[in-house]
Design a protein around this ligand. Sequence first.
Ligand SMILES: NC(=O)c1ccc[n+]([C@@H]2O[C@H](COP(=O)([O-])OP(=O)(O)OC[C@H]3O[C@@H](n4cnc5c(N)ncnc54)[C@H](OP(=O)(O)O)[C@@H]3O)[C@@H](O)[C@H]2O)c1
Length: 320
Amino acid sequence: MRAFVIDSFGQTPHLRDLSVPEPGPGEVQIKVRTVAVNPIDWKVVAGALARPGADFPFPYTLGFDLAGQVTAAGEGAAFEVGQEVFGMRRPGTAAQHPHGSYAEYMTASADTVALAVRPDGLDAASAAALPMTGGTALALTRWLELPEGETLLVVGASGGVGSYVLQLAAARGVRVIAVAAGEDHDYARGLGAAEVIDYRSEDVADVVRTAHPAGVDAVLDLVDSRDVVTQKIAPLVRDGGRLATTVFAADPDALAAQGGRAINFNYQATDQDMAELAELATSGGLKVAETTIFMLAAMDEAYAASTSGHVRGELVITTD
Ligand SMILES: NC(=O)c1ccc[n+]([C@@H]2O[C@H](COP(=O)([O-])OP(=O)(O)OC[C@H]3O[C@@H](n4cnc5c(N)ncnc54)[C@H](OP(=O)(O)O)[C@@H]3O)[C@@H](O)[C@H]2O)c1
């Protein structure tokens, strides 16, 4: 089978023929139909999972999100042959289980992959565009609480996580301020943004401070460095407000000193979140992010697009 692999950290990922993995006890084998490309993939290539002094099990097949069909089941597996499933590999177990979803087949157990049945109303490309970004968005909106009437500033609003956070927050009656490139403003408004700021031509902190002199209730920063968050973004949070980042840029002690709370968020995927995403997407509670589809043979193009850091919505690969 074809798989998109690296043999060492820093290596350019490439397609390679590998043998089809067979399921052990508690595992299923999945014929992968679609996968999403996420920034974590190029962070892993750069060495994000490397542990000093520990061997890493190369070749490593990239990829976290997937939708596919169960084609074999080991004893005690939670899913049956023939079921259509979707979900995401748990980043915390990737170093022990180096068989990612950028392959024609993969294996999954309850410990290594959060999975749910893919309902009929959710096509495979849409399902692959949900797990990591949609799951992170669900968990972040829980942590941020976001009661009706609050203001939420989202920096990096037009990417995968932003596409879902905007919708979930707006559905709660939150006033969402989206920071995105100007060409993505219509997209952000369509997802529920009430205000938009172009980070390429405007000073984000000045615009927010002018419109919300007492500060915003909550901030989610998906892109900025620790310096930018500390100097420009965190001061926009009102006293007692909340700040979350997904890029380990927050200083929780500094927010605590202002009576607020901050988190460097690390999403722990669950089967329940996957089932909730399926329910939301099929009931109309969540629109799947704008999705650009690539063939497996063009995996390197999709990977390069993600590495650029300027993706709108989601990038999905199909193996068919
Ligand atoms: N810790 C966790 O648990 C966790 C979970 C999920 C994701 N993440 C991380 O969170 C980050 C966001 O994930 P994602 O999937 O949403 O990434 P993504 O799809 O690549 O989206 C990033 C978005 O930010 C925009 N952007 C780039 N520079 C910007 C700037 N200076 N100001 C405002 N917007 C800017 C980009 O488009 P434009 O420049 O065209 O506007 C793009 O839409 C990634 O680093 C990812 O690895 C972490």
